[in-house]
Design a protein around this ligand. Structure first.
Ligand code: KIV
Ligand code: ZN
Length: 432
């Protein structure tokens, strides 16, 4: 196997096209269905983020889907962002896709995405057809779609499990019929990274089509490898990544847009690629998709998890705060949170240390000595809380620490605001 890591930053960067399928493959996850208005809002945010192609839906699947694709095509398609609709390789589906994205086509910003299964298993069991019939379907379907739109993507469903010589023939047939993008999905999430790399390389070589044709990766996450596989596929010669925000999708989901983008951006020596996405908008789009789908992002999810940039343990906190003091960021963490719209956080937990306690107290306007910080932290840890908020640290300092040190000066049962005022005066006294 030749190296999937080019390690060569002198070569010109390869432009990666991001095709986001949150509104189609993502929405296929049971329970992820969104309303028409929600889908439009997400499409607008995806376009603002710089997604190249938005797969807005499977127009023929229901009148609601058709309407939703249509409105997105009307309102979101632009020179920068194409709107795409999925269709099986049959005239009815293709016509439905074409009419739904007609407003985008008229702006030269539409794409029809036709697909058919190419693995023997799918051809026999699902389609009940022969390989020859599948080739005919591809030829006819792509030609028909091409009559509506110049930009045609062909996907070979279950490509990874297809006979490679036959798959290459399918690719050639699609290209000869007018397809401009060829997508080679790992539909069932079966491949591991180096297999997918070899697969993409082999099919590109066997098909031997014009360099103008864009090859695309589309990986499902059944083994937790969708992002890695997508990156290996891009390193093997593909130029388009199909993905979904927050990695949502059928079964265990699709490759996560934010993971692919940030892996590329934070490893420029490994991936000499560029893209038009503004990654700073990732947080906003991720939160919107979480809210509208109701699919909670796990706290530890890479890039968009709530704790992905939080430090709770004393050793890490000590290093991170020392680094911040010297203007260095991310000494514990491979991705710069700011690039994805987030900030690095110090969170007080049972595992935290004195430097973090002093840091949090300082943020609350309290300059604590190491001894005071230790005292507050020790008391905070006895609270049994998993996370101790900055406000709680402050309250512990004010109500308990000073109370322990200066019991005679505390008026018990005093309303909190008056206690705080009193303690403020005492703090001044402590400082002097
Ligand atoms: O996973 C898959 O094969 C698909 C195709 C329809 C592109 O989603
Ligand atoms: Zn898929």
């Amino acid at each position: 196997m030749s190296s999937p890591n080019p390690q060569n930053i002198s070569q010109p960067k390869k432009r990666i096209i991001f095709m986001d399928s949150t509104l189609r493959d993502g929405e296929q996850a049971p329970g992820a269905a969104m309303t028409h208005a929600q889908k439009l809002e997400i499409a607008q945010k995806l376009a603002e983020m710089g997604v190249d192609v938005i797969e807005a839906g499977f127009a023929a699947s229901s009148p609601e889907d058709w309407c939703s694709v249509r409105e997105i095509a009307e309102k979101v398609a632009s020179e920068k962002t194409k709107i795409c609709a999925l269709a099986r390789c049959n005239p009815k589906d293709i016509q439905s896709a074409a009419t739904a994205i007609a407003p985008a086509i008229s702006k030269n910003a539409g794409r029809i995405h036709v697909f058919v299964a190419t693995s023997d298993k799918h051809i026999a069991t699902k389609l009940g057809k022969t390989r020859a019939e599948v080739l005919e379907m591809i030829d006819k379907g792509v030609r028909y779609a091409r009559g509506f739109c110049k930009d045609i993507e062909f996907s070979a469903e279950d490509a990874f499990n297809s006979d490679r010589a036959f798959l290459a023939e399918c690719v050639k047939t699609a290209v000869e019929a007018g397809a401009t993008t060829i997508n080679l999905p790992d539909t069932i999430g079966e491949a591991v990274h180096f297999q997918y790399y070899e697969f993409i390389k082999e099919i590109i070589a066997r098909a031997n089509v014009s360099k103008e044709i864009v090859f695309s990766v589309h990986c499902h996450n059944d083994k937790g490898l969708a992002t890695a596989n997508s990156l290996f596929g891009l390193s093997a010669g593909a130029c388009q990544a199909e993905c979904c925000m927050n990695g949502i999708g059928e079964r265990a989901g699709n490759a996560a847009l934010e993971e692919i983008a940030m892996a590329i951006q934070s490893s420029p020596n490994v991936y000499p690629f560029e893209f038009q996405l503004d990654t700073h908008k990732i947080k906003e789009v991720s939160e919107l998709v979480e809210k509208y789908t109701g699919f909670r992002v796990p706290n530890c999810k890479p890039i968009v998890g709530k704790t992905a940039y939080s430090h709770g343990s004393g050793i890490h906190q000590d290093g991170v705060i020392k680094a911040w003091e010297t203007g260095v960021s991310c000494i514990y963490g491979a991705v710069n949170p700011k690039e994805a719209g987030y900030t690095e956080q110090i969170v007080i937990t049972r595992h935290s240390g004195i430097r973090a306690a002093a840091y949090i107290l300082k943020q609350q306007g309290i300059i604590a000595t190491p001894e005071q910080a230790r005292h507050v932290l020790d008391m905070a840890k006895t609270s049994g809380k998993k996370i101790i908020s900055p406000a709680m640290m402050k309250a512990i300092y004010e109500q308990q620490y000073l109370k322990t040190k200066y019991p005679q000066k505390i008026v018990s049962n005093m309303p909190y605001s008056r206690v705080t005022t009193k303690l403020q005066a005492m703090r001044e006294h402590t400082k002097s």
